[in-house]
Design a protein around this ligand. Structure first.
Ligand SMILES: CC(C)(COP(=O)(O)OP(=O)(O)OC[C@H]1O[C@@H](n2cnc3c(N)ncnc32)[C@H](O)[C@@H]1OP(=O)(O)O)[C@@H](O)C(=O)NCCC(=O)NCCS
Length: 432
């Protein structure tokens, strides 16, 4: 089991030594210390953002206080207190099947200054994170990525996908269910609490999801200092007939030249149940003076396409979103519920060692898995990244086999597909 406090864990000695050998210092950054501001400036520069204002520094300090922040310092540089590379991590949890979660070592803020790129700094930081997480008992690490080319080399691979959805509202006459509850505009400053409440109920049912945090909700609500478009953020809440708040839509409207064709940009649409989902999508699609609705981080096959007259009014572009890294094979595989029985030996190839070996996976008729290391010839072989992609059932073994990313007899691959079939398609509905 993972620990909840990650910031007290010691720095990884291998990464400390590897960086020291190139004249660099690897150090933890105290959120309440003087090092926090330069750390945040380096992160912002890494993600091509602006210099944060004093208010933003304080707001971020509050939001990130519980994180483990690590910097790499080049003390010979012009500003020795500004890290040339950054990473942060924290104890989160991943929904692995409806109602079941597993501790997750979440990683973010990975940046390397353009002056120090391609010298192995990211490698030292990422492998350091993985060793620290594994030593603390985490079976999985996870992240969301700016580029799909970076993290595969350290054993991460996509495990949940999300669509960017665009709807041409003029073609999208509502044919879906009529929700019996009510919609109301709600004040922006109430959103962090409202979003947290609805999201907390949703995310434990959706494989691939993780909890949000106050700073994430404040960002979506446009409540962080100097947030662009903050004053344009509007929100409506859906309450069911019993008066329970079941969904929230947060959006802005971008004006277009043609006055009846403005664009409603969904910042989040969280729905705890089908009624709220229909009510909020209908609200967005039928909004006056709007010709187009856009929403990111939607299900691969967006349910709204079944709720309108012209399905092709919906364009959904699918991308990988949640990347996972398996650190402990029995811990990761035994955490979820399965759709059917299985009994075979998986051979996992992991150059970093964490998951390497042959693993007997037995899943009983109730869908519970028991996994142990064995000294046996594997029935199916795969690189460690493929195991992460299979874990939540978001991709089939037979699909990965086509690309050579899983190897084994067809009957074994089909057996994995049957057992790993997810109760709901994995989805991560926030960035982290
Ligand atoms: C991505 C980033 C962190 C890489 O840092 P780095 O210190 O240059 O990486 P390393 O020197 O450890 O490189 C490790 C390997 O990854 C490769 N690599 C690094 N960045 C890459 C990229 N963007 N695309 C493809 N390959 C990349 C390197 O070529 C190297 O390959 P090798 O092992 O085959 O030699 C850095 O370029 C960066 O800060 N980018 C901007 C912010 C960002 O996108 N962060 C990621 C957030 S999810």
């Amino acid at each position: 089991m993972g620990t909840t406090q990650t910031s007290n864990l010691p720095l990884d000695p291998d990464s400390t030594a590897a960086l020291a050998a190139t004249g660099l210092e690897y150090a933890l950054v105290d959120p309440d210390g003087e090092g926090f501001e330069p750390f945040l400036r380096s992160v912002s520069r890494g993600f091509l953002g602006e210099e944060p204002s004093a208010d933003e520094v304080e707001s971020a300090r509050t939001a990130l206080r519980s994180r483990r922040m690590t910097g790499v310092f080049d003390r010979a540089g012009a500003v020795p207190t500004a890290p040339v590379a950054t990473v942060d991590s924290w104890a989160s949890e991943l929904t692995v099947s409806p109602g079941r979660t597993l501790p997750l070592w979440s990683i973010s803020a990975v940046t390397v200054a353009p002056t120090h790129r391609r010298r192995g700094i990211a490698t030292a930081m990422l492998t350091g994170e993985l060793r620290t997480a594994a030593a603390a008992g985490y079976a999985l690490a996870g992240l969301t990525v700016t580029e799909a080319t970076i993290y595969g080399r350290w054993g991460f691979s996509p495990a949940a996908w999300a669509s960017h959805v665009t709807v041409d509202t003029r073609r999208a006459q509502w044919t879906g269910p009529a929700a019996p509850g009510r919609l109301d505009f709600v004040p922006r400053d109430s959103l962090p609490e409202r979003l947290a409440a609805v999201h907390e109920r949703m995310r434990v049912r959706r494989p691939g999801a993780v909890p949000g945090w106050e700073g994430r909700w404040r960002g979506i609500a446009g409540l962080t200092p100097d947030a662009p478009d903050a004053k344009k953020v509007r929100a409506v809440a859906y309450r069911d007939r019993e008066g329970v708040e079941r969904g929230i839509l947060v959006y802005t409207i971008a004006e277009r030249e043609e006055y009846t064709a403005h664009e409603l940009q969904v910042r989040v649409l969280f729905a705890d149940g089908d009624e709220a989902l229909a009510a909020l999508w209908r609200f967005a699609l039928e909004h006056d003076l709007v010709g187009r609705v856009t929403a990111e981080l939607q299900p691969a096959v967006p349910p709204v396409q079944w709720m309108i007259s012209d399905r092709r009014a919906v364009r959904a572009t699918l991308t990988d979103h949640h990347w996972l890294r398996v650190l402990d094979v029995p811990g990761a595989l035994a955490s979820r519920a399965y759709a059917g029985p299985l009994d075979l030996v998986l051979g996992v190839d992991d150059p970093l060692g964490f998951a390497d070996g042959a693993w007997r996976v037995r899943i009983d008729a109730e869908g519970e898995a028991a996994v142990e290391r064995v000294d046996a010839e594997p029935d199916v072989r795969m690189p460690v990244g493929s195991l992460a992609s299979l874990l939540l059932g978001g991709v089939r073994a037979t699909e990965l086999a086509v690309a050579g990313l899983v190897q084994g007899e067809e009957t074994h691959l089909a057996a994995i597909d049957g057992a790993f079939a997810p109760a709901a398609a994995p989805l991560l509905d926030i960035w982290y």
